[in-house]
Design a protein around this ligand. Structure first.
Ligand SMILES: [Zn+2]
Length: 176
């Protein structure tokens, strides 16, 4: 586990690595956005906790990989308290996108500028990206990270997060 201080975003990120990530091509990579409610509090509204566990299990089985755990990404970058406000709006019938817009907040304020320098620091030359999010893949490619292949990120569909996953697929264009 390696800590990085992000001087621009004023947050600390955490990186987990397994194996010789600087000596292998196509290193499995999960760029994971922090989600306190989904990961620490077992919220059923999203599948972040399951996606993180899936990536950790896959990387452990491969014996090779990197998880860049990005802080400052709560609620797609709107912050923890705003995410809770958006949840309240969702309880009144909004979906995950329209809830943000109703609160005057961006749909997705996350930025991934720290990932390129972190991978460079680790000596990672190319990656197999574990994601369903085309925006995330494009953001990395814009930073010059060679994405050689992609593996889906496997969460767990449940009755509680079905609407959330449907919005991800139909409104945000995720590969689900
Ligand atoms: Zn979440």
């Amino acid at each position: 586990v390696i800590g990085y201080r992000d001087a621009r975003a004023q947050v600390d990120h955490v990186v987990l690595t397994v194996g010789e990530v600087d000596r292998n091509p196509e290193v499995p990579l999960r760029v994971h956005s922090e989600c306190l409610t989904g990961e620490a509090l077992a919220s059923q509204r999203c599948d972040c906790g399951d996606q993180l566990k899936d990536a950790m299990a896959y990387i452990a089985a491969r014996g090779l990989g990197v998880i860049v755990y990005l802080r400052g990404h709560e609620g797609r970058g709107i912050g923890l308290v705003n995410k809770l406000r958006a949840y309240a709006a969702q309880d009144r019938g909004a979906d995950t996108v329209s809830a943000n817009l109703a609160l005057g907040l961006p749909v997705d304020a996350r930025e991934y500028g720290a990932v390129g320098p972190i991978l460079q620091d680790l000596g990672v030359s190319s990656v197999q990206l574990i994601t369903n999010n085309p925006d995330k893949q494009r953001a990395l490619e814009r930073q010059g990270v060679p994405v050689r292949s992609r593996r889906p990120s496997l969460g767990s569909p449940t009755p509680e997060n079905a609407a959330y996953l449907r919005t991800k697929r139909d409104v945000l264009g995720h590969w689900l």
